[in-house]
Design a protein. Structure first.
Length: 198
């Protein structure tokens, strides 16, 4: 039986290698790291099938380890995927030790609207404001939101403001851009410090 299940989910225009490395850094020797690779190309289209893929894996793991604590770390869109899943399964909340959103555009991504103005692909999904969902979940689950800051406004991709919401803890890491957030030593340190407080 694992100490805990650690879900480490990559985001848009990415694959799972670096977020998996972050997961391994955070895990104990007896933890099980689950870092689904959604496929770089797949992340450009719609979020629904990506949510379905992660949800299917989570359901299978929940059935196999129904009493094992769950820790979740999602980078960028990976955090949004987990917000959607947790919103669907409030019965899982009692098993979730913590949720960490790393550079996740919870309030909606302005860049997504620019890149996909006709909302043909992933842009419409990334532009959705999920603040109400995040606040509801953070009221029940210990939640940390980490933002990068390279210019006082954003990490170069996601605005700092879009990562902030009520009931969760918030941490800004200066000098770290969006891609580096997925596997940076300061991100790992912030997560470990957060866990140590719980």
């Amino acid at each position: 039986m694992p100490d805990f299940l650690l879900y480490a989910q990559h985001g848009w225009a990415d694959h799972n290698y670096k977020i998996s490395c972050l997961g391994q850094t955070l895990a104990t020797p007896d933890a099980l790291v689950v870092a689904p690779n959604l496929g770089w190309w797949n992340t450009w289209w719609k979020i629904a099938p990506l949510i379905q893929t992660v949800e299917t894996i989570a359901i299978a793991n929940f059935e196999q380890y129904p009493h094992t604590p769950i820790r979740i770390v999602g980078h960028s869109m990976g955090g949004l995927i987990w917000l959607e899943i947790l919103n669907r399964y409030p019965q899982w909340w009692k098993n979730v030790h913590s949720l960490v959103l790393v550079g996740s555009p919870v309030g909606g991504s302005k860049l997504a609207k620019i890149l996909d103005p006709l909302a043909i692909a992933i842009g419409a999904d990334l532009a959705i404001n999920r603040m109400a969902i995040a606040e509801k979940i953070a009221f029940h689950i210990k939640t940390l939101s980490i933002a990068g800051d390279i210019n006082g406004i954003s990490d170069g991709t996601v605005t700092i403001a879009s990562t902030q919401f009520s009931h969760g803890k918030f941490k800004v890491l200066k000098g770290i851009n969006h891609p580096r957030l997925k596997n940076h030593s300061l991100v790992a340190r912030a997560i470990l410090d957060f866990w140590a407080e719980l």
